[in-house]
Design a protein around this ligand. Structure first.
Ligand code: ADP
Length: 364
């Protein structure tokens, strides 16, 4: 069993109060949890507090039910993999992986068995006698992971481990780490600023902003049911389109955009839920794939597409909509190979609404 629990955990730095602000989080045994958010939102600080590399200003951290606030990193039974790999350049791959075990006085046989096991599952057996400078970025990353595996820790902590790799290798390593997780059945806490990495790897994702947890959920729930406008805009690529407007009563409640170009009508259930927003400013959120060149809903808009990106399997259409920049994700379509005026249909059922003042989701 390897669980991690954070209770009201905060971190104040000199000159930066609340770098992490009252975080509560429970990570289950064998779970793969990703902390994601823009740069400076407190992900690394949270991870480093779990590792014991950063003092906790407030709150408690438990690993396997044991309070670890005052336990030094080496006694927490965790292993951390960093972005810069932190390999010893003068040591071979074998020695790099064996080093931590030697320090802990493991027997030669035990070390050999563990290093060989890790090398096998990471497919780096033929590299064991090489020095880091003779390895590619991806191979170095594997060695860094191997060094963590040999320790057989309770919890693995990954801090942006793939950000130094090129795009193709990053995609490949993403799947490898996921596969590794399934194989060794470890508890993993993984930090990244890349929402695609978070979505593809996490069993659960913790979205952070300004030191505060915005939402903790499965990838699909985050995408389909974002708790607020920040999460809605952060998760998904291309990002969700937002357009401000008001809830008005014109033969029943409607959303009317500021420039009157978009009107969305509601069914009776939604009307009832929106009653308290009558006359208030709200923001409509429309996923790029909810805009279509085919008739899919009640609402439609005429837009002037200024950029078309043809990706082969789909097309992205960029246009200005009132004061907002919009992107539509459509099937590849020869008719829209050239930019110009077209009609787009909106799947109005999929449109989300957020209160303008608090940016919170309005639930129907
Ligand atoms: P992230 O990992 O999400 O990019 P960090 O946890 O590194 O964010 O940082 C959170 C906030 O704390 C940032 O505003 C950052 O500038 C600040 N911070 C991080 N480390 C220190 C430090 N050692 N001293 C002062 N402020 C820091």
């Amino acid at each position: 069993m390897s669980t991690v629990k954070l209770i009201n955990v905060s971190k104040n730095y000199k000159g930066k109060d609340k770098a992490v602000d009252n975080v509560n989080l429970e990570i289950n045994n064998k779970e793969f949890v990703v902390l994601v958010g823009p740069s400076g939102c407190g992900k690394s600080t949270t991870l480093r507090m779990i590792a014991g590399l950063e003092e906790i200003s407030d709150g408690q951290i438990y690993i396997d039910g044991k309070l670890v606030n005052d336990i030094p990193p080496k006694d927490r039974d965790i292993a951390m993999v960093f972005q810069n790999y932190a390999l010893y350049p003068h040591m071979t791959v074998y020695d790099n992986m064996a080093f931590g075990l030697k320090l802990r006085n493991f027997s030669k046989d035990e070390i050999k068995e563990r290093v060989n096991y890790a090398a096998k599952i990471l497919e780096i057996e033929e590299l064991l006698n090489k020095k880091p400078k003779h390895l590619s970025g991806g191979q170095r990353q594997r060695v860094a992971v191997g060094r963590a595996i040999v320790r057989k820790p309770k919890v693995f902590l990954f801090d942006e481990p793939l950000s130094n790799l090129d795009a193709k290798l990053r995609v490949q390593m993403r799947a490898e780490i996921k596969r590794l997780h399934q194989r060794i059945e470890a508890t993993i806490i993984y930090v990244t600023h890349d929402q695609v990495e978070a979505m593809t790897m996490g069993d659960r994702i913790v979205v952070m902003k300004d030191g505060i947890i915005q939402q903790v959920d499965s990838p699909l729930n985050l995408y389909n049911n974002p708790a607020n406008k920040f999460v809605a805009g952060f998760i998904g690529s291309p990002a969700m389109n937002f357009i401000p407007g008001k809830i008005m009563n014109d033969n029943g409640l409607k959303f009317v955009s500021r420039g009157n170009s978009l009107i969305i009508t509601f069914d009776e259930i939604k009307k009832a839920a929106l009653a308290s927003f009558l006359g208030k400013d709200v923001v409509a959120g429309i996923r790029p794939e909810s805009l279509s060149t085919n008739p899919v809903g009640q609402a439609k808009v005429m837009v002037n597409v200024d950029v078309v990106e043809q990706l082969g399997n789909e097309s992205f259409l960029y246009f200005q909509f009132e004061d907002s920049q919009f992107v539509a994700r459509t099937l590849p379509n020869n008719l829209i190979g050239n930019a110009g005026k077209i009609t787009l249909y909106i799947n109005d059922n999929s449109v989300l609404f957020f209160s303008e003042d608090r940016n919170e989701r309005i639930y129907f």
